[in-house]
Design a protein around this ligand. Structure first.
Ligand code: F6R
Length: 368
């Protein structure tokens, strides 16, 4: 059932191109002229026009998908979005109105905190959209509308293909919302959807270089502490990379917004401390490079992940670089998270851990 892979996690990492295709299938109009989401019954174009703000609620990896979702929605729809971890949401007395769209993200659709947040949102009269991988799950049943991610069953405790399929769902939904509210024209939609359609093949291409990540991971496995840095949407992605590494390799790591380093954390950088830097945002490359120089000046060892367009520049400033294909900047998380998943996988393997069943963790968390 592992199809020749040593672990479910690795199999699921390799299933991502298929999960992307399955999640996109049937949801694009002919000629890529737009998105269709006939499953939205309560969130009609008229209802979407009334929405004034968005709350995205989830736990763990799904929360990290929501961070990317925020940038996608704010960019496409120009409506303010807040992210909350589900276990905190109710206790901060959030301001939820019928003009707030609450989006809950849950692979399993059974996470207790997420479900409780969904019920609170409904109690306040807000429409609730679920993004889930399980048809008929509690979250899917109780939400007003559901966008299903067609990632297929995810067995490994560490989520991979479910997370990336959630990104695809956010991409589709944000474009759909822009389209039905007149914020995106056909040319723009076609451009974005064509870039999305290219993602599965781009993932296949970067998976061909997976063994490069094995070498990096084996080096990371020798350390007890490391840092991830990124700016903008890359910061959202490194938070996911850091969680993945912690949960299966048990190596402590922190994900920092690169500009925050010098406000304290730089004190922890000394000789040989590994730093994994993610650079995919053209507008932020220069700032990232200066943050990398700050790390290098303190003896840190910087391993970078960047795209083809910036490989040469970034290569000069770092100790190693992994190159991913170039896509539109806001779509890059669907590519850039893959090498981070591979680092976590191979680091766990190098440390002799039970990759698919990390200690202390369960696949579905049904207590608050
Ligand atoms: C980490 C991981 C968890 C889940 C979280 C939410 O790899 O899998 O952080 O993302 O427990 O689970 P769902 O998405 O089922 O609500």
């Amino acid at each position: 059932e592992k199809d020749g892979f040593d672990h479910f996690m690795l199999k699921e990492i390799y299933e991502q191109p298929k999960a992307y295709r399955d999640t996109m299938r049937g949801r694009m109009l002919d000629g890529l002229e737009g998105v269709k989401l006939p499953e939205l019954k309560v969130l009609t174009p008229e209802r979407l026009k009334e929405i004034r703000n968005v709350h995205i609620i989830a736990c763990g990896t799904a929360y990290h998908a929501g961070l990317v979702g925020r940038t996608l929605i704010e960019r496409a729809v120009k409506i303010p979005v807040e992210n909350d971890v589900a276990s905190e949401y109710r206790y901060r007395d959030p301001i939820i109105t019928p003009e707030t769209l609450v989006i809950v993200v849950s692979q399993s659709g059974e996470t207790a905190d997420t479900l409780a947040a969904l019920r609170e949102a409904k109690r306040c009269g807000a429409p609730v959209l679920a993004i889930t991988n399980v048809v008929g799950s509690s979250v899917a049943r109780e939400a007003d509308d559901t966008i299903v991610t067609w990632a297929g069953p995810e067995i490994a405790v560490a989520s991979t293909k479910a997370y990336t399929s959630q990104l695809i769902a956010f991409m589709l939904f944000s474009l759909y919302w822009a389209q039905v509210t007149g914020r995106a024209d056909t040319a723009q939609l076609r451009h974005e959807l064509a870039a999305m359609e290219a993602l599965p093949e781009q993932v296949e291409k970067l998976l061909e270089q997976a063994t490069e990540m094995k070498r990096v991971a084996e080096d990371m496995a020798k350390h007890d502490n490391l840092f991830f840095i990124g700016r903008g949407v890359d910061h959202a992605v490194v938070q996911e990379g850091s969680l993945k590494l912690k949960e299966i390799s048990y190596i402590h790591s922190e994900a920092y917004a690169a500009g925050e380093l010098k406000h304290g954390t730089l004190a922890l950088i000394e000789d040989d401390v590994p730093v994994i830097a993610l650079l995919t945002q053209p507008a932020l490359i220069e700032k990232m490079v200066s943050n990398i120089k700050e790390v290098k000046a303190r003896g840190g060892v910087v391993y970078a992940i960047t795209d083809e367009a910036h490989a040469e520049l970034v290569g000069k400033e770092t100790d190693g670089v992994f190159v991913i294909p170039t896509t539109l900047p806001h779509l890059s998380p669907a590519l850039s998270v893959v090498p981070l998943q591979l680092i976590a996988y191979y680091a766990s393997l190098a440390r002799g851990n039970d990759v698919d069943k990390p200690r202390n963790l369960a696949k579905s968390v049904t207590v608050e």
